[in-house]
Design a protein around this ligand. Sequence first.
Ligand SMILES: *[C@@H]1O[C@H](CO)[C@@H](O)[C@H](O)[C@H]1NC(C)=O
Ligand SMILES: *[C@@H]1O[C@H](CO)[C@@H](O)[C@H](O)[C@H]1NC(C)=O
Ligand SMILES: *[C@@H]1O[C@H](CO)[C@@H](O)[C@H](O)[C@H]1NC(C)=O
Length: 372
Amino acid sequence: MDSSSRGIRFLVHRRALLLLLLVASSSLVGTSRGREAQPLPAAAATALGSRRSPERHGLALDFYARTCPAVDQIVANVTAAQYRDFPAAGPAVLRLFHHDCFVEGCDASILIAPTADAAAPARPPPPRVERDMEENRNLPQEAFDTVELAKAAVESKCPGIVSCADVLALAARDYVQLVGGPYYAVKKGRKDSKVSLAGKVRGSLPRANSTVDELLRVFAGKGLGAADLVALSGAHTVGFAHCVHVLGRIYDFRGTRRPDPVMDARLVKALRMSCPSSGGSARVVVPFDVSTPFQFDHAYYANLQARLGLLASDQALFLDARTRPLVQDLAANKTRFFQAFVASMDRMGSIRIKKGRKGEVRKVCSQHLFSA
Ligand SMILES: *[C@@H]1O[C@H](CO)[C@@H](O)[C@H](O)[C@H]1NC(C)=O
Ligand SMILES: *[C@@H]1O[C@H](CO)[C@@H](O)[C@H](O)[C@H]1NC(C)=O
Ligand SMILES: *[C@@H]1O[C@H](CO)[C@@H](O)[C@H](O)[C@H]1NC(C)=O
């Protein structure tokens, strides 16, 4: 895959990616791919608390039916054009939506732009807004640009009506479909936050090396269960991670100076070609889904079964007895993955919705309404 022709801003080493793809396709033959996993026992699903949904906050499919009936189409026009020019914006917008919803709810608090310190412009300012935090610093600019462009298009047709939080939810849905995933209707009616605080980020997001215990705790904190964790992790069917998140696994797993014994040795080898142990470019990225990195499908789960998960937190979902049956279930059936993903996106998109005077409808997504 030629990274430049795909418009990917990061470097994907062509030879290494080819190797990754070879590793993936050979490993999957005769393993998980062809075989159907046992269906998940209903009792297991219930025990995992997966059907517990967060509180509903009166979101509605037709929230803008009278005030901005074409909002879905206006946003879709922009996301389609952006996807043509910057395909990497797809996974990036999905990640942006996730990072927004998991910190203080789906309220566009992630979109507020950092401000320079007027008193000491030369010094890097202390973190103030969510975007200042390390967890959010490498969110690609294309993702923010897409939301800002879509919001501008919406403002030109229905000024002051549609929140940035809703525009982000719609754009994320559009990209899922554009990369080959399911189309689903998005409920609307979120207000934008009046604050964005750096201090709210820590501990709210999964990490590349999170254990399943930690992942379950973070998700439970948002009213989401194990089924949501496994279904939403399927977003790693597309997108790329920076080398820094895999270096430990491929060179020095938990201080052993050896790779993670769980990772397929051929994947270790392929990843080492892209990611040198030191001195590598900070811009190099490697695909989460080594078999079909540009296609929204359920191959991510088959990869986990074949020990081809990229991050420790991906692979852990298959290693842990609490989540393994869920991985097997989604690996076996793409339709079930799509259904589970859509249901979990709806639940994630309902986290801590701001209504009424608790929120605002921004004009420009990176600035609070009364910031000037
Ligand atoms: C979407 O784009 C098409 C083609 O550019 C245009 O004709 C149509 O009016 C646009 N629709 C909306 C709702 O903006
Ligand atoms: C994950 O990595 C961070 C540093 O990036 C470290 O502080 C933390 O202890 C690690 N967690 C686990 C479970 O290894
Ligand atoms: C996949 O799952 C869907 C939805 O649960 C079901 O209708 C379909 O029969 C399943 N397909 C296979 C091959 O099991």
